[in-house]
Design a protein around this ligand. Structure first.
Ligand SMILES: [Zn+2]
Length: 269
């Protein structure tokens, strides 16, 4: 099925296909003549109360592939708005970037961390649960499994700036302006990303650090790493900063990870 519509003097063709993901639902594929990639749009939790869109920005060459998710905690909004900007301005020339801007869209819409239970602590989820967050966690894991990315980046926000002495006392607390890993040795991939991000942070007070966060069996990132054997890291921006600064830091971080993953792109704002 083909549908071409005239849009801002440019023709954008929309095709409805059934082949890209093993889903019973139609997926919308769109082409924009200004971009090298095409976009496959679908929903996580299709036809459920927690249905939320995701976007696959794919070039002709599928790999390397990265997944970026935001709003596992609905009130940590900078990552969601950063994803919106990346969706708009990124041009992928080689590889695939998948954006899930509002994983827990119900909690995002009501401006709270969660609705019933902390989504980030109920992984790998349970498709039979009466609590929707547990079903969402299950669906989220299935989606990552099907997408088979090289790396998954989770966008979060925290209230407290990273502080060495505080961290020594509380290693299982998320701090702001950090990249979180569950390994206590840091791979070159991660130190390169950190150097890239910090080369763009002008205010020295807001430079990022790598934070080792001990393994938690029900945590989303740890389940992606352990069950799906996929590297995963978490970005935490500092929530006391103005929203526009946090969004900028999230965009810088997303692009640094995309670049280090080996994906070729341009970003034109
Ligand atoms: Zn969070």
């Amino acid at each position: 099925m083909f549908l071409c519509v005239k849009f801002h003097m440019k023709y954008i063709c929309i095709i409805f296909v059934f082949v890209f993901l093993p889903s019973v639902y139609a997926q919308e594929v769109s082409y924009d003549s200004r971009k090298n990639h095409f976009i496959i749009q679908n929903n996580l939790g299709e036809k459920t109360e927690y249905e939320t869109p995701f976007y696959i920005l794919r070039s002709e060459k599928e790999y390397p592939k990265i997944v970026i998710d935001a709003c596992i905690h609905g009130d940590e909004v900078a990552g969601a708005f950063a994803c919106d900007s990346v969706l708009k301005y990124l041009n992928v020339t080689e590889g695939t970037v998948v954006l899930i801007p509002r994983v827990n869209i119900k909690s995002f819409n009501q401006g709270t961390r969660e609705v019933n239970i902390d989504l980030n602590q109920v992984f790998p989820g349970n498709f039979k649960s009466e609590i929707y967050e547990e079903r969402l966690a299950y669906d989220f894991m299935k989606l990552i499994e099907v997408l088979e990315p090289n790396v998954v980046i989770n966008l979060h926000e925290a209230w407290t700036r990273f502080n060495e002495s505080l961290y020594e006392r509380q290693k299982d607390k998320s701090f702001g302006q950090v990249i979180i890993t569950n390994k206590d040795t840091f791979p070159v991939f991660l130190t390169n990303v950190l150097a890239n991000i910090n080369s763009q942070v002008n205010d020295k007070e807001n430079v990022f650090r790598i934070q080792y966060f001990p393994y938690k069996p029900n945590h989303s990132m740890d389940n992606i790493i352990e069950k799906l054997k996929t590297p995963s890291y978490t970005i935490e921006t500092l929530r006391i900063l103005p929203l526009d600064e946090r969004i900028t830091y999230q965009i810088i971080s997303i692009l640094a990870f995309i670049e280090e993953a080996g994906i070729k792109f341009t970003y034109d704002r």
